[in-house]
Design a protein around this ligand. Structure first.
Ligand code: ADP
Ligand code: ADP
Length: 230
């Protein structure tokens, strides 16, 4: 079943006399449980696409359905709620609240569901432990390594039962070994918990961890292929 579906999305920026089609008619369906990598040159519309499907930005026109809900018809509050309930963001730099502990960062989006504070705490601690962050619960992001920060963001998605993880260059700042660890974690979550993952990367080695690669160019999808595992 489609978890996300876009129909003819356009995002048009007018800056002075220039008109930029950041998205130029993007129609795509991503089913529950898929693991998709988005690739393409700089300026091809990848971030714009991620921001629209993450309900952080509105398209100029076109339709976006998330889990069957037409996002275009929602108010700001409804958007914030859907973002918190359905989407785990693993974005570089815009990941975690800086002055807030790992534990509280993981608990935050759960404020949008009806769990007791004890249950929220338990789920957060369990998720942090699953991601190998035991003993780091009280650390703030700047007291954690880049890889640990990404794992906190993934723990946050997991604790919150987010059906969708959006990751923008999740391994961009990480060394090779840590990058592979993060990717293996995502592969495990995708297989075991059926979490849908959409990630942007410009590295083929990273894209190979996914099962489908969508390539953008000039705001359009130019290829969409299954990854053949050797
Ligand atoms: P990518 O993530 O693939 O590098 P982006 O989605 O960031 O590409 O950008 C796509 C195009 O839209 C680029 O040409 C970029 O300059 C333009 N663009 C993005 N955001 C804005 C903005 N806020 N105002 C004007 N143009 C923008
Ligand atoms: P506004 O609707 O006021 O422009 P934003 O779109 O900047 O607000 O952000 C709304 C909410 O979405 C914020 O509470 C922020 O936590 C979250 N948010 C914004 N950008 C990102 C991002 N790149 N990754 C994760 N969460 C984000």
């Amino acid at each position: 079943m489609a978890l996300l579906e876009t129909k003819d999305l356009y995002k048009i920026y007018e800056v002075g006399e220039n008109v930029v089609h950041a998205l130029d008619g993007v129609s795509v369906t991503i089913d529950r449980g898929e693991f998709v990598a988005i690739m393409g040159p700089s300026g091809s519309g990848k971030s714009t696409f991620m921001n629209v499907i993450g309900c952080l930005d509105e398209p100029t026109r076109g339709q976006y359905l998330l889990d069957g809900i037409d996002v275009g018809g929602l108010t700001r509050d409804e958007l914030a709620e859907i973002r918190n309930r359905k989407i785990g963001f693993v974005f570089q730099g815009f990941n975690l609240l800086p002055r807030t502990s790992a534990l509280e960062n993981v608990e935050l989006p759960m404020l949008y569901n009806s769990l007791s504070s004890a249950e929220r705490r338990k789920r957060a601690l369990d998720a942090l432990r699953m991601l190998g962050l035991e003993g780091r619960e009280q650390h703030t992001p700047n007291q954690l390594s880049g890889g640990q920060q990404q794992r906190v963001a993934i723990a946050r998605a997991l604790a919150n039962d987010a059906p969708l993880i959006l990751a923008d260059e999740p391994t961009g700042n990480l060394d090779t070994k840590t990058s592979i660890e993060i990717m293996e974690l995502l592969v495990g979550l995708n297989l075991e918990s059926a979490i849908t993952i959409v990630l942007v990367t410009h590295e083929s080695d990273i894209a190979e961890f996914s099962r489908r690669i969508i390539r953008f160019r000039d705001g359009r999808i130019v290829s969409d292929e299954a990854v053949v595992k050797s």
